[in-house]
Design a protein around this ligand. Structure first.
Ligand SMILES: [Zn+2]
Length: 146
């Protein structure tokens, strides 16, 4: 298991960020998380299959975040408010916006931006707070893995 993951690590990987140690993979997430706590599979848009992250580009993180309900056009969901949303606890944490293959953002909602598919704008698939420029969260349950 671990060896297979190590082979997928890019040779010139950036130094690991000072993130909390990878939490033990949650039940059900185990097949998605390698021994180093990174994503074993590519992360894709559930709706159109657009590639969001390559394997190994993110680390598994647990944090309770409230995401508006999924819409075809995430901007409408973010703007609409209304309180219909889901608390999401399992995320891919990305430390550098340039680690994304493709991603879009909604306009600011307070100090938060929501991540959406760059191609079809499905979302929100993730969460970013302007107070923490180096943390982008992508909700596991809102993306596909390949
Ligand atoms: Zn899409």
């Amino acid at each position: 298991m671990a060896a297979a993951c190590a082979e997928m690590e890019p040779a010139a990987a950036p130094p690991p960020p000072p993130s909390p140690p990878p939490a033990a993979a949650a039940p059900g997430s185990a097949e998605l998380v390698c021994a180093q706590g990174r994503n074993l599979k590519a992360v894709l848009c559930q709706r159109c299959g657009s590639r969001v992250l390559l394997p190994g580009a993110a680390t598994f993180a647990r944090r309770e975040l409230l995401l508006p309900a999924m819409r075809k056009k995430a901007a409408a969901a973010a703007a609409g408010g209304g309180g219909d949303g889901d608390v999401v606890r399992e995320h891919w944490l990305v430390r550098d916006m340039f680690s994304f293959e493709n991603v879009g953002f909604t306009r600011d909602v307070g100090n938060v931006k929501f991540l959406v598919c760059a191609d079809c704008e499905a979302g929100p698939i993730g969460w970013h707070c302007l107070d923490d420029k180096d943390s982008f969260y992508v909700a596991l349950e809102r993306v596909a893995h390949e």
